[in-house]
Unconditional design. Structure first.
Lengths: 355, 355
DNA sequence: AATTCCATTTTTAACGTTACATTTTAACGT
DNA sequence: ACGTTAAAATGTAACGTTAAAAATGGAATT
């Protein structure tokens, strides 16, 4: 900018005004400025310097604890991001994707957060004890948390996972099922191999969503006289069809055979169904399978998936709006629980042998 | 930072060193600094100021000409973004999503580009004459273009659309089809209602991908003695199932009826199939439908879709890598054509009445 | 002719860092 | 005590912008 100012013998403020408040600069001079800028290869005010001066970047950060590529594998996460994008775009803000997974040491992980040039964060589904969250909070920027963790005084968006899980368990209990298995995604940090999670592992859960859903299943099964300690919970580290198949392979060898598998996500459930089919089991005649999330594919898969519906896009949009509201220093609710509801489709039915 | 320095009676450089080159500051002082920082609520060096000083942001921008939410609707675009994310993450960079669609005037649209605090751009599938591209180039930042436009001296990643389209057309001609229809996405800016695009419209195409695919179809059909001017090309502004159905409704009223519909994307093709089914036509017995892109759903839809496969994730990853390479001032190829191949599945077959 | 007014332009002073060069301090051997 | 060396800390000067207030100059008003 200085070059343009000197070339024309005007002050740098005039250049700034020409770009930011055109009406304050006479038309002839303004045109001259743009022309000279073009000639000198000046592309307009530097956004970084402007951000420093104005003390705002106009950027919202979405914080993930896993590599970004994981986020694009799961339809539910993509829909969430779409919602956030809608909200921030409407507010004229850009969107930065921040992944805290680069290094493995707490410090390295946190550095992604420390280095993010943003006005605020949307924290997406991170473990209670993950240093990323602490790092984000330490920046003292407006922050909204989606799904987990649930913290005092930090705006939150999510569903009542425990209640939704109870609804699903009740549905299967009502159908008459008695031998259950669960396919879970991460219960806590991946410091062990995937496999059956004993009650000790379950009690040490740091992922609140996982904890809540398992607690919901447990409450209903126990109430129906089915001891939770007899229900195998297979823990996968991630949420994909491939992992669901792996879990199913382990669970379907149980004897006597399970009649119902509760999966903590649709992706896992779809994988279970594939594995079951390969073993010659038909769903839901031989085995009922339930999912969670209601991704678009759940409605078109064969059989279509019984699952818990939640509006991921709206959740993202709400998170984005809450962040924008905070940036505008508007007062907001601290906790927004979105509705979730059981969607019964074709993947669940009466257990084999029932009338 | 100044506050921390004053509190401890040290210089600001010492604070800076404590964070950036810990080994240069004595351990005791370093600890004192972190402790005081914590107490005073100083969260470490401000990324914006650092970016200004270092003259780099460590951020890559992905430039879209449509609202971001559109990008999340199309699996092909999500996969592309996943690829870009993988590459930038590996290089330790963050990712900014930049949408140029906020205002409608060229200046307003360009402002999103002018205001993006990034080290470089990945331009994703934008019209030849869109001011966004010009704006991005004017910033003189390293830039990679994916799909379109194809510009001199700007690194490019994409497929040979014309050749891929020829392959698809040839497949259907070889099956014996003679009455074709085309469902296209945007040919040029949406300055008119969707509908049949006459040859004048087709000649004024500003979207190079559309132009190339149509040209590929035309070449093969003409060579087979089927005059292109008799082939109805329905132009949709966007790429979704809903738009595909709309197009099908128009095309399937033709008399004599078409036996094959070439869609420029899988989404459009899937919509066409839905509409055809609703009319009681069976695919491929009564009507062959072809897509383009090979999104995951193409393999599982019923019938599975004959389409052109391209690796969107790899395309994104390559774009990201090229950008990173430019930022490191490494030499790169200017044009990377990725392979594409015809994938014949169940949605195409011999025309009705053929042996 | 003096006064007021307005549009236009300038001055000044940060915003929070860090590269580079330099100075201070501590530690050591003779 | 003295010079030598390495370690630790500092001073200076940008990076490119803009908020706020002040200055300029000419036209309109009295």
């Amino acid at each position: 900018m200085t070059r343009v100012a000197e070339e024309l013998g005007v002050s740098s403020m005039t250049i700034s005004n020409a770009y930011n408040r055109p009406e304050r600069v006479s038309e002839s001079l303004r045109e001259q400025i743009f022309e000279t800028a073009e000639r000198l290869g000046y592309a307009g005010p530097d956004p970084v310097a402007r951000s420093l001066r104005r003390q705002k970047t106009n950027l919202a950060g979405v914080l993930y604890s896993n590599p970004l590529s994981y986020a694009f594998d799961d339809a539910a996460q993509v829909l969430f991001l779409k919602g956030v994008a809608t909200a921030t775009e409407e507010a004229g803000m850009g969107l930065v994707l921040v992944a805290g997974s680069v290094g493995s040491s707490p410090n390295e992980r946190a550095s992604a957060v420390m280095d993010a040039a943003v006005d605020g964060f949307v924290v997406y589904s991170i473990a209670d004890d993950d240093p990323l969250v602490e790092a984000a909070l330490r920046r003292r920027l407006p922050t909204v948390i989606a799904d987990q963790p649930l913290l005092e005084d930090v705006p939150f968006v999510g569903i009542d996972n425990e209640s939704a899980a109870r609804g699903m368990a009740r549905h299967l209990v009502d159908l008459g099922h008695e031998r259950f298995g669960v396919v879970s995604f991460s219960i806590a940090a991946a410091d062990r191999a995937p496999g059956i999670a004993d009650s000790r592992r379950q009690r040490s859960a740091t992922l609140r969503v996982t904890r809540a859903r398992l607690a919901g299943y447990e409450a209903v099964l126990e109430a129906a006289g089915l001891p939770w300690k007899d229900v195998p919970v297979y823990e996968c580290f991630g949420s994909s069809k491939a992992l669901g198949r792996e879990a199913a392979d382990a669970l379907l060898s149980q004897d006597p055979p399970l009649t119902a598998i509760l999966a903590l996500s649709d992706q896992l459930a779809l994988g279970v169904i594939e594995a079951a089919k390969e073993r010659g089991l038909s769903v839901p005649e031989d085995l009922s399978v339930a999912g969670f999330d209601d991704v678009p594919e759940a409605a078109t898969s064969r059989p279509p998936l019984t699952t818990v519906h939640q509006d991921h896009t709206k959740k993202g949009e709400l998170a984005g709006c809450l962040l924008v509201a905070q940036l505008r220093e508007e007062e907001t609710e601290d906790t927004d629980l979105l509705p979730a509801r059981l969607v019964v489709r074709g993947s669940t039915g009466r257990p084999p042998g029932a009338s």
